[in-house]
Design a protein around this ligand. Sequence first.
Ligand code: 2AL
Length: 175
Amino acid sequence: MEMRTVNSMNYEQFLDVFGNVIEKCPLIAAAVWTGRPFSSVSALEKNIGDFIDSLPRSGKEGILRCHPDLAGRELLRGTLSPDSQGEQSRAGLTSLTPAQRSQLSELNASYKSRFNFPFVICVRMNDRETIIQQLGSRISNSPEQELQIGIQEVKKICHLRLLDISSQVSQATKL
Ligand code: 2AL
């Protein structure tokens, strides 16, 4: 990515491009814009990670709560954010067997009632089987562990979204 392009963006343009690198949390892009100029995409990613780490527990839980359920109603209706829709579809969550769908939906509900936030995993680093297996095993963790793991997964999702944007911006600047 041409960092000159990124660093010359006003905050409205920056939000248009980076507003969803953390799902439905444009506040995070709006906040880290203050930290420009960024020397690299990694430096931008580090600013995002540091901002998340600086949040109180309720803020971190809030980030997790902005994530949609995996294979939930929104995926079937096509009303997820385009990022989520693409990620969940590519992981095969639109073509679950009926047994997998009901297993995932029951586990998701139990997870949410135990932790008061949804199960979050970077689906692009997994497939249908490992997602269900991870959900089944992580549900036994402590709330503290799950908060930490969930936030690590949010950062992985952010990393891949930033890579996608980098390649799009590079393509656009070549035109
Ligand atoms: C998601 C999502 O929408 N994309 C992804 O990688 N993970 N959601 C979730 N609850 O884990």
